[in-house]
Design a protein around this ligand. Structure first.
Ligand code: HEM
Ligand SMILES: *[C@@H]1O[C@H](CO)[C@@H](O)[C@H](O)[C@H]1NC(C)=O
Ligand SMILES: *[C@@H]1O[C@H](CO)[C@@H](O)[C@H](O)[C@H]1NC(C)=O
Ligand SMILES: *[C@@H]1O[C@H](CO)[C@@H](O)[C@H](O)[C@H]1NC(C)=O
Ligand SMILES: *[C@@H]1O[C@H](CO)[C@@H](O)[C@H](O)[C@H]1NC(C)=O
Ligand SMILES: *[C@@H]1O[C@H](CO)[C@@H](O)[C@H](O)[C@H]1NC(C)=O
Ligand SMILES: *[C@@H]1O[C@H](CO)[C@@H](O)[C@H](O)[C@H]1NC(C)=O
Ligand SMILES: *[C@@H]1O[C@H](CO)[C@@H](O)[C@H](O)[C@H]1NC(C)=O
Ligand SMILES: *[C@@H]1O[C@H](CO)[C@@H](O)[C@H](O)[C@H]1NC(C)=O
Length: 336
């Protein structure tokens, strides 16, 4: 190889290497899709008309994407010959929702700027739009993630927290992703909107942790209400509000609820009711100062959104969020 060819190879190698280490930034689509935030927000606003819960469902998708091999859109992939979908893993099965709206956003994004905006970034932008449309903070979303060509079914069960595994275990799962106790409390504040199904908290009403008694850290008047919604042997799929006071607003009432023992999930109430835990003071701080909750929440969303993104030339920009590109299952030319 001539020295000039070697130089070219080196330059290409170094620039690819440099790109794959690139940081996310808020102007990534400034030239290639300048209106993307407005486009995403518009689709969500439309969806909210018929589904006031959809913003909550969308931010949860971003969370469940980021915690499994980073924010790479892996959660969005359906089963195929090369993919076992994360949607079937325990924490996601019959629980995560909003994929049809993600598809509508992707269609709008492709119509405005074809092949440019990743599905992983769509989840990040949709999270900010959902929070701000619900009365929460706005922020500059960091962008430039690309989409995976793989999914991690087993990882979805291993890395996502369960409401009943206890504060110690949940803290460890956050720490494994470099997320602090402050991140844990702030991000749990996303339970200020959205719904949960009876099966996710029912043991607290009747037989907590095998004791044969209800959870003593659950307010007894609230428990009576919840027992009507979720009878002991009733349908576990019935949903109720995560925040009983302002169900669809993004505010600090989630933290005020905890002081009255009105956190819905075990994982919520433990942030306040675990004696000696470092989370208690953080809950009190956010409860007293909504602005501190909002500022921390924004920083923690950025921290979560920075988990192991694919950048530069790694991964791809999927044209359909449900499938990797060129998977051979495209049916657009079907004549039927
Ligand atoms: C700290 C550990 C967490 C646990 C144990 C947990 C657990 C849960 C559970 C069990 C549900 C109800 C699911 C269902 O009934 O189908 C839920 C809903 C929800 N979670 Fe979490 N979660 C956690 C953290 C987070 C984080 C970090 C976010 C986002 C930043 C988040 C956002 C949401 C939202 C918005 C909903 C409502 C979704 C909807 O209405 O569709 N959660 N969570
Ligand atoms: C944002 O990131 C992209 C990709 O790494 C880069 O090309 C662009 O220059 C960055 N923009 C700023 C303002 O740093
Ligand atoms: C962005 O949206 C604005 C307002 O809807 C519109 O005037 C403008 O032409 C759009 N720009 C691009 C590049 O699509
Ligand atoms: C995905 O494939 C697995 C087997 O690989 C199967 O058990 C599961 O039911 C499929 N899920 C869906 C939604 O089709
Ligand atoms: C917490 O995690 C440990 C090991 O990581 C596990 O053995 C234990 O069962 C978990 N606790 C709960 C309550 O799930
Ligand atoms: C967490 O931080 C450590 C040390 O800086 C780093 O090696 C690791 O890759 C980080 N993990 C994630 C998921 O970002
Ligand atoms: C649940 O029960 C186990 C074993 O009896 C105990 O170690 C654990 O602390 C209990 N968890 C809670 C939240 O009470
Ligand atoms: C349980 O409730 C869900 C949601 O309301 C409903 O779709 C489902 O059909 C119900 N299942 C049964 C067995 O009644
Ligand atoms: C239970 O909830 C009610 C109504 O929100 C509240 O007035 C009461 O103080 C709560 N009880 C406890 C023990 O926190």
């Amino acid at each position: 190889m001539s020295s000039s060819n070697l130089l070219i190879v080196l330059v290409i190698f170094i620039s690819l290497f440099g790109m794959s280490n690139a940081q996310l930034n808020s102007t990534f689509y400034a030239n290639t899709c300048p209106n993307i935030s407005r486009i995403v927000r518009g689709v969500i606003q439309e969806a909210l008309q018929s589904d006031p819960r959809i913003g909550a469902s969308l931010i949860r998708l971003h969370f469940h994407d980021c915690f499994v091999d980073g924010c790479d859109g892996s959660l969005l992939l359906d089963n195929s010959s090369s993919i076992r979908t994360e949607k079937d893993a325990g924490p996601n099965l019959a629980s995560v929702r909003g994929f049809d709206v993600v598809d509508n956003i992707k269609t709008a994004a492709e119509n405005a700027c074809r092949g440019v905006v990743s599905c992983a970034d769509i989840l990040a932008i949709a999270s900010e739009a959902s929070v701000s449309l619900a009365g929460g903070p706005s922020w500059n979303v960091l962008l430039g993630r690309r989409d995976s060509r793989t999914a991690n079914f087993a990882g979805a069960s291993r890395f996502l927290p369960s409401a009943s595994e206890g504060l110690t275990n949940i803290t460890a799962k956050f720490a494994a992703l470099n997320l602090s106790v402050t991140d844990l409390v702030a991000l749990s504040g996303a339970h200020t909107f959205g719904r949960a199904q009876c099966f996710t908290f029912r043991d607290r009403l009747y037989n907590f942790n095998g004791t044969g008694n209800p959870d003593r850290t659950l307010n007894s008047s609230y428990r009576a209400i919840l027992r009507q919604i979720c009878p002991q042997n009733g349908n576990g799929s019935i949903v109720t509000n995560l925040d009983l006071s302002t169900p669809d607003r993004f505010d600090s009432n989630y933290f005020s609820n905890l002081r009255r023992k009105e956190g819905l999930l075990q994982s919520d109430q433990e942030l306040f009711s675990t004696n000696g835990a470092p989370t208690v003071a953080i809950v009190n701080n956010f409860r007293r100062h909504q602005s501190r909750f909002f500022a921390s929440f924004v920083q923690s969303m950025i921290n979560m959104g920075n988990i192991s993104p694919l950048t530069g030339s790694r991964g791809e920009i999927r044209s359909d969020c449900k499938r990797v590109n060129g998977a051979g299952n495209w049916v657009g030319w079907s004549s039927s």
